[in-house]
Design a protein around this ligand. Structure first.
Ligand SMILES: *[C@@H]1O[C@H](CO)[C@@H](O)[C@H](O)[C@H]1NC(C)=O
Ligand SMILES: *[C@@H]1O[C@H](CO)[C@@H](O)[C@H](O)[C@H]1NC(C)=O
Length: 373
């Protein structure tokens, strides 16, 4: 209650808001504590790193770690229900038809399941990819090296790391366009098994999203695809710690004044009893949502399903809180999604590579189409 008052008062003031996380010294006694929010109206709770995983992630309670978020506009968006937000002045207008299917389908024809199987084997063989563990750092180093190899068939592609306050970096792949406006797809590569020390193979969550994007990168690089808008593929760290990696990346893009035309988050792409791609509707830009649905239908040849996943459910929430248009594409509605995530049972054996391939087709189709927006 006390903190609720401080937070809501300070949000009104940009100059004071920087003091929010440290302001209440009676609560914030331990500098290692982190402030997390589970909804817009939740004033926030100070927890340890271990509590985040054991009391929230393992119990599938979504949250956002707001400790290091200082931008008053971003904090206000994190505390305002979407229904009460005023629409952005200059929303992006997305095309009403898809016009580059011949070009996209020629690249899609090169997709296969071979590399995704091999990459997911390596990723799930790490004991876990927890963002504060040595395994998580090792997994990041392997991923960086493998992504560089995949991208090397097109020397125009730039692979870089984005460092954070913890050791596991995010990885950003840029396919430069003639315009600096950005089309982004993102998935997180960290994982957890339900505590900092538990085995966490993270096959569906979210090794699957990672290898989906790597396979899309492989065929786009081989095709020397040269976009109009700049394409970025993001591989975030620290998602399970409350969207830490993506929060830093989009904070930086916001303060640098970058123009993001679309950000599509794609976590969990490998477990799909329905056999259809699901497009989630909450925290989504309405125009982008409609456009992404068109791309799903055209490039997977199948209808889409829909669901919503609540506050802070994945990295698109970081794009959203920084005011960028975003949506979230998943392998299944929540009710029928993988029962194994955030546990040692989220293994390679549970993964459908048909589902992974379906998402790679969508990813390539979407990136080719959106690169012309
Ligand atoms: C804070 O975020 C807003 C949009 O989310 C952005 O326009 C502004 O430049 C940011 N301020 C700073 C100081 O980065
Ligand atoms: C992958 O990441 C998020 C966060 O854990 C999680 O909610 C989901 O379980 C997995 N996929 C998603 C959504 O990101």
């Amino acid at each position: 209650m006390h903190f609720s008052y401080i937070l809501s008062t300070l949000i009104a003031s940009a100059s004071l808001v920087i003091a929010v996380p440290a302001a209440d010294s009676t609560v914030h006694v331990d500098s290692s504590l982190r402030l997390i929010k589970t909804s817009e109206l939740d004033p926030g709770t100070w927890v340890t790193e271990e509590e985040k995983i054991v009391e929230y992630v393992a119990k599938n309670i979504n949250f956002i770690d707001v400790t290091d978020i200082t931008n008053a506009t971003t904090l206000a968006r994190l505390s305002t229900p979407p229904s009460e937000l005023v629409a952005r002045a200059a929303a992006v207008t997305y095309p009403s038809t898809l016009t580059h299917q011949t070009q996209a389908n020629a690249i899609i024809a090169q997709l296969s399941q071979t590399k995704p199987k091999s990459w997911l084997t390596t990723l799930t063989n790490y004991y876990n990819r927890y963002y504060r563990s040595t395994y998580g750092t090792q997994a990041g180093a392997w991923l960086l090296s493998e992504i560089k190899t995949v991208a090397s068939t097109n020397p125009a592609i730039v692979v870089s790391t984005f460092t954070h306050s913890y050791s596991q970096p995010s990885i950003i792949v840029k396919i430069p366009g003639t315009s600096s406006n950005l089309i982004i797809v993102g998935a997180h590569y960290d994982s957890t098994g339900g505590s900092s020390t538990a085995k966490g193979p993270g096959a569906d969550d979210n090794g699957s999203g990672v290898v989906t994007q790597m396979e899309a990168l492989r065929v786009l690089a081989n095709a020397k695809f040269a976009p109009k808008n700049t394409i970025e593929l993001h591989f975030y760290s620290g998602e399970e710690g409350g969207l830490l990696g993506s929060a830093d990346v989009f904070k930086s893009y916001s303060s640098a004044g970058k123009t993001v035309l679309a950000m599509v988050c794609q976590d969990m792409t490998g477990y799909s009893p329905s056999g259809k791609v699901s497009v989630y509707t909450d925290y989504s830009d309405a125009g982008l949502l409609a456009y992404v649905r068109k791309c799903v239908t055209a490039y997977t040849g199948l209808a889409y399903t829909s669901d919503s996943c609540g506050y802070g459910c994945s990295d698109h929430a970081s794009a959203y809180s920084n005011g960028f248009p975003t949506t979230y594409v998943c392998d299944e509605p929540i009710r029928t999604s993988s029962p194994y995530i955030h546990s040692p049972q989220d293994t390679y054996a549970t993964i459908s590579f048909d589902a992974v391939l379906r998402h790679s087709k969508f990813t390539v189709g979407f990136l080719v189409e959106a690169s012309y927006i």
